[in-house]
Design a protein around this ligand. Structure first.
Ligand code: OAD
Length: 246
């Protein structure tokens, strides 16, 4: 990890009045939630993503899909926001405009105190049926199959599945944030899955500075203004230290 780049990133952030942070599964890695690309140990280890996180998968095997999401929802009780989530939450009050655009569905940004969070892919602790939203309080954990709503349809996790479009209002909010920010921090995403992966490019096109934090390079790296090659929970405390230096 190159401290000079961290110092430069902090200077870029200090010069901005509004900022966006785009996060992916990597920001939750140090909280103990495996990323999607950690194929050998990750969430996809035993399953084919199409079998689980897709409308077809849910239609073909609602019990398997339900139990996989329920296991992940129950696992949230055992994980905590890490130093990166906490640092991102602390940044919010330093800018006149600030938003977290996350691809994660674990709710850890909100648990760390972030107020303005746009959940691009939904959240595994919310649910809906064909007809309406169902709060988690209505849906006990440990069910072996999806409950049936009185409207007659199956209740499902309120997450974006492969092949599904993002919620229009969510996408509009994320797009407006991206084209309006002066600096975008892109943390822990492989920058592969659209349309989220286009947000940093949209921001850059409108003149924003892009700072990427990731232990590995991604398709975004060569377009980033600064690339901090480090795990998020290691880079952020140092970034915050430099950011707070006057
Ligand atoms: P991925 O699993 O595709 O990528 C995780 C990224 O985090 C990789 O680039 C890793 O190098 C990086 N990484 C790993 N450990 C890290 C750490 N400690 N600190 C920082 N970065 C770290 O996860 P996403 O990019 O979030 O979509 O995947 C995007 C989408 O693909 C997900 O939202 C999901 C999946 O299909 C839906 O569910 C719709």
């Amino acid at each position: 990890m190159n401290e000079i780049d961290i110092e430069k990133a902090a200077a870029l952030m200090r010069s901005a009045s509004n900022m966006a942070v785009l996060t992916g599964a990597g920001v939750s890695k140090e909280s103990g939630i495996p990323t999607f690309r950690d194929a050998q140990t990750g969430l996809w280890a035993k399953y084919d993503p199409q079998q689980l996180a897709s409308p077809e998968g849910f239609k073909n095997n609602p019990e398997l899909v339900w139990q996989w999401y329920d296991m992940r929802r129950q696992n949230l009780a055992n994980v905590q926001p890490n130093a990166a989530h906490i640092a991102i939450s602390a940044l919010e009050s330093e800018f006149s405009e600030f938003a977290v655009l996350t691809q994660n569905v674990d709710g850890l940004h909100q648990r760390a105190g972030s107020k303005h969070v746009v959940e691009l892919h939904g959240n595994i602790t919310t649910f809906y049926c064909f007809d309406r939203l169902h709060p988690a309080s209505e849906i006990p954990t440990g069910l072996k199959q999806p409950p049936v709503c009185h409207c007659g349809s199956l209740i499902r996790p309120a997450v974006v599945w492969f092949g599904e479009a993002l919620d229009r209002s969510v996408w509009r909010s994320a797009s407006q944030t991206a084209i309006g920010c002066e600096v975008m921090l892109v943390v822990g995403t492989s920058a592969l899955v659209q349309p989220a992966a286009s947000l940093p490019f949209d921001a850059k096109q409108k003149g924003a500075k892009i700072i990427e934090i990731n232990p590995e390079q991604t398709p975004l790296t060569r377009r980033a203004d600064l690339f901090i090659q480090a795990p998020a929970a290691i880079a952020f405390p140092l970034l915050m230290q430099y950011f707070r230096q006057s």
